[in-house]
Design a protein around this ligand. Structure first.
Ligand code: IMP
Ligand code: MG
Length: 188
């Protein structure tokens, strides 16, 4: 998709280009390959936001990795967290004694991951870590450490490369700041 495509008119600006994303995902895949060599690794995609990052990332990991999917809901259609996290779809595999790496699109308040880590820790994995594509440190309300994260970003609402606003824009190949006119008047 060219950056002149009509969907780009809804962006204020592009924050991370597809080339920067590809490079970062490649580098992260290499790190994960080194760190988990010889271990029984399961990578868990948090649907739906992480799906594009996840499918790119697993192909950069040179290990016989198992994959799993979970869906949680933390936001409604607005641009800030409600704090209420619910599991909409759970893993269908046992993670006991497995090295689990949660793959998440973005850590914002940290509430979603905090909840997920609590839930999955109760299932006694051999280890439990997080790989997040984006981090918005300025917005953190829960103390939370991610083992891997690719980009720190400013406090702006971003879309693309899996991230949505109201279920849209996930298919943008780049990550951009959504133009405020798109969500103005919808915040409660
Ligand atoms: P947290 O619980 O506040 O850390 O929110 C994490 C979730 O909120 C992420 O998994 C995203 O789905 C969503 N989110 C947070 N910030 C953004 C953003 O800037 N754009 C799109 N989704 C976001
Ligand atoms: Mg989302």
């Amino acid at each position: 998709m060219e950056t002149t495509a009509r969907i780009y008119e809804d962006l204020d600006r592009i924050l991370i280009t597809r080339d920067q994303l590809a490079q970062a995902v490649h580098d992260l895949g290499k790190k994960i390959t080194e760190d988990y060599r010889g271990k029984d690794l399961m990578m868990v995609c948090i649907l739906k936001g992480a799906v594009v990052f996840f499918t790119d990332l697993i192909r950069e990991v040179d290990l016989p990795v198992a994959i799993g999917f979970m869906a949680v809901s933390s936001y409604g259609s607005g641009t800030s967290s409600t704090g209420v996290v619910r599991i909409m779809k759970d893993l269908d595999q046992n993670i006991e004694n497995k090295h689990v790496l949660i793959v998440e699109d973005i850590v914002d308040s940290g509430k979603t991951l905090h909840f997920l880590l609590q839930v999955l820790n109760q299932r006694h994995p051999a280890s439990l870590s997080v790989a997040a594509l984006l981090d918005k440190p300025a917005r953190r309300v829960v103390d939370l450490k991610t083992r891997y994260s690719c980009f720190d970003i400013p406090d702006a609402f971003v879309v693309g490369y899996g991230l949505d606003y109201d279920e849209k824009y996930r298919n943008l190949p780049d990550i951009g700041v959504l133009h405020p006119r798109i969500y103005q008047g919808t915040e409660s």
